[in-house]
Write a protein that binds this ligand. Structure first.
Ligand code: GLA
Length: 384
């Protein structure tokens, strides 16, 4: 990751003040895809790709946001803050401030510099990392102590209500609450969670198909609508089904004939994925990596066939990993239709695995993929 001291210097040079520095990670999801907005279970890991935020107060009534990645600066009045998105990267940090302001926090004039190395549009939650880095920096500047789960919810609202992307809670939650060397099993209904230590012999290899993914895109939105449609139909029979979290495979057997075919398949993915995610957390907790790998494989098949959330390149990346030495489990991670696969690999084989997968994918698709061996990292915090 880029040196926080470098961002401090950039900020000092631009704004003439020494800032405080904060960091918020991206994430990879081990299992539990498109279950968060159905109030189900997810098991993400915070990774060592992150956004850094440098912040300092100003006295000219302005909010000035600088993105080192784009070499661009944007300036807004602090009071009142804009209430509408403009389709620009600044919507993410600004949205967080607008939501905080809406909650009654006074956002003072400030300078914010951002720099990140979470690959954009690759399903590793670059947006959540920007939101959470901003929220952590701004709440520290104003001395607001907001509990982690609530801060994650405010960042999700920034994306839902300000940016206009209909994401669930997973990405913001893990970016705030991740723990080094651990995966996190989250119950998206009440936001309770437990940590599952990553065993010492397990490596996380993230393979980028280089096909861009977007939560604001059509695929994510239509899938979510289909999931909600299936839920509404089941609820006409069992009103206690508020979200697919409350439904079972038996419900689908009883009333599936009333659900349009695509919505039925999406629902089957979500319902079975919740079960797999709970089983995967148990497997990880007892260090049963073969069981975890098998569940990840089933999850990928379900994501690809029932949810139809994969793409040719991601299916290829998963297939090409299957007989490589050291593989424990591989699947497409994140919102779908592109992005990255996550490969759980025996640690001694990880380097050779990454090199072989890169070469195979390049030969098969003609695309040169980025492959990273990642480490489970801490959630957002101030950098000393
Ligand atoms: C994106 C969203 C999350 C979640 C995943 C799919 O990452 O931001 O809320 O829905 O897709 O599991």
């Amino acid at each position: 990751m880029k040196d926080p001291a470098a961002l401090r210097q950039i900020h000092e040079h631009r704004f003439g003040v020494t800032p405080e520095i904060f960091v918020a990670p991206g994430r990879v999801n081990l299992i539990g895809e498109h279950t968060d907005y159905a109030e189900g279970f997810v098991m993400p890991v915070a990774i060592d790709f992150a956004t850094l935020a440098a912040i300092s107060p100003r006295n000219d009534g302005k909010i000035v946001i600088y993105a080192e990645n784009f070499h661009q600066e944007r300036s807004f009045p602090a009071n009142p803050l804009p209430t509408k998105a403009s389709g620009h990267w600044s919507d993410y940090p600004l949205g967080v401030m607008a939501i905080l302001a809406g909650e009654g926090y006074t956002i003072p004039p400030l300078s914010l510099s951002l720099w990140g190395d979470v690959p954009l549009g690759s399903g590793l939650s670059s947006s959540a990392a920007v939101e959470v880095a901003t929220a952590t920096a701004v709440t520290s500047l104003i001395g607001a102590a907001i509990p982690g789960p609530k801060l994650a919810r405010l960042c999700q609202r920034a994306e839902n209500e300000f940016v206009g992307a209909n994401c669930g809670i997973m990405d913001q939650f893990i970016s705030v609450n991740g723990a080094a060397d651990n995966a996190l099993l989250l119950d998206c209904r009440d936001l309770s969670y437990r940590l599952a230590p990553i065993p010492a012999n397990m490596a996380l290899v993230i393979a980028n198909t280089m096909v861009k993914h977007s939560v604001a895109g059509d695929g994510y939105t239509t899938r979510r609508a289909e999931v909600e449609e299936a839920c509404r139909i089941l609820a006409t029979h069992r009103p206690e089904i508020k979200f697919l979290r409350d439904a079972t495979v038996a419900d689908l057997e009883a009333w599936g004939h009333e659900i349009p075919p695509n919505a039925l398949k999406r629902a089957r993915h979500v319902i079975t994925e919740n079960q797999r995610t709970l089983e995967a957390a148990d497997a990880l907790l007892r260090h049963d990596l073969p069981a975890l790998g098998k569940l990840m494989h089933e999850a990928h098949v379900s994501y690809s066939k029932d949810f139809e959330g994969s793409c040719v390149e991601a299916d290829t990346m998963v297939d090409l990993a299957q007989d490589l030495p050291g593989l424990i489990g591989a699947r497409l991670t994140g919102g779908g239709f592109g992005g990255c696969t996550v490969n759980v690999v025996e640690i001694d084989e990880a380097t050779a695995f990454a090199a072989a997968l890169k070469e195979r994918y390049r030969q098969t698709t003609g695309i040169d993929p980025e492959i990273h061996i990642c480490h489970a990292s801490a959630g957002a915090h101030r950098v000393a």
